[in-house]
Design a protein around this ligand. Structure first.
Ligand code: HEM
Length: 137
């Protein structure tokens, strides 16, 4: 039981800081002036890494259950929908932030701003879904 709790706690630690980086990174980029390209590029890397960490640590949650109980948690339909929403947000945001890191220098300022809006929106939706996943599972 102790080991299981330790694994969950360490995974949750990564997951919580990932959530902070996703939301704070996108909102910080939205507040910065359009010409702050270099720092926004760094923020895009941070957000990309954080979304990957969320997807990875989210899957590890399931892996821990599988390891200790031989099955993943039996999710209520609402929790399952919340989990699917999170996964869609993660997949979309990983693609968007990767594109930003690779190509944003050739985009217009308006285009870059729209991507940051989308990344902030996906972060907010995923955080909301997390509350439903938590309490309906
Ligand atoms: C593929 C992506 C993701 C997967 C598979 C995933 C999966 C999970 C799982 C299995 C839990 C534990 C639920 C429980 O306690 O019963 C969890 C908790 C949590 N997730 Fe995610 N997650 C993902 C992405 C995200 C993202 C992007 C955010 C925020 C931006 C986020 C925020 C949270 C928070 C705050 C909790 C803790 C909820 C609580 O205990 O109150 N997750 N996640």
């Amino acid at each position: 039981m102790q080991w299981e709790n330790l694994y969950y706690a360490l995974t949750q630690f990564i997951h919580n800081f990932g959530a902070v980086a996703i939301v704070a990174g996108a909102f910080a980029a939205l507040k910065l002036p359009a010409e702050s390209l270099e720092i926004k590029h760094k923020l895009a890397w941070l957000v990309l890494i954080a979304w990957c960490a969320q997807a990875g640590s989210g899957l590890i949650f399931g892996g821990i259950s599988l390891y200790f109980y031989g099955e993943t948690p039996d999710l209520h339909a609402t929790a399952l929908v919340a989990l699917i929403i999170k996964m869609i947000c993660a997949a979309s945001s990983i693609i968007l932030s990767l594109l930003y890191v690779l190509k944003a220098s050739s985009w217009t300022a308006r285009g870059r701003h729209k991507v940051w809006h989308s990344l902030a929106g996906f972060g907010g939706i995923a955080l909301t879904a997390a509350a439903f996943l938590r309490w309906f599972s």
